[in-house]
Design a protein around this ligand. Structure first.
Ligand SMILES: [Fe+2]
Ligand SMILES: [Fe+2]
Length: 156
């Protein structure tokens, strides 16, 4: 499970946390692929859930601060991820859910970051005035990346 720049949303703090989520998710996928002991998989899942909960709280605080209208729906997506992963964690005690677990984590991160997180980040950058800093040099694969200028404390 590889991080790619197409996942950048343009807010450094959030992008760093997303990289951390990918790292934590990779540990689970590796543990599943290498058929490591249940304890290893379980520990990696606990780590991912912990990392995700902190990250979700940061995003939700930022959305609240910026008056983001999509907060409720975004929060629901976070909650459903945590619920589903917790459910899979319990199921893994009695059955092999490796494939379902790996597929769910990959798909959720890919879709949520590229759509839901990207939309909220664009809103935050817009209301903080940071989207004016868009830099045409950062066009990659036809997609305009947003950037938060360094040392600008008014931006998230
Ligand atoms: Fe999110
Ligand atoms: Fe996120």
């Amino acid at each position: 499970m590889q991080w790619q720049d197409e996942y950048l949303v343009g807010i450094d703090e959030i992008d760093e946390q997303h990289k951390g989520l990918f790292k934590a998710a990779s540990h689970i996928i590796e543990a599943l692929q290498q058929r490591q002991k249940w304890f290893e998989v379980h520990s990696a899942m606990v780590k991912l859930l912990e990392t995700a909960r902190i990250h979700f709280a940061v995003e939700e605080s930022l959305m609240r601060l910026c008056g983001y209208p999509g907060l409720h729906k975004h929060k629901e997506e976070h909650q459903s991820f945590a619920d589903k992963l917790t459910g899979l964690q319990l199921e893994s005690l009695t059955e092999d859910v490796s494939f379902a677990m790996a597929a769910f984590i990959k798909r959720w991160l890919h879709e949520h970051i590229r759509t839901t997180d990207n939309a909220f980040a664009a809103f935050v950058l817009e209301v903080t005035g940071c989207s004016r800093q868009r830099d045409s040099r950062q066009r990659r694969k036809g997609r305009l990346l947003l950037s938060v200028p360094p040392n600008n404390n008014s931006c998230a």
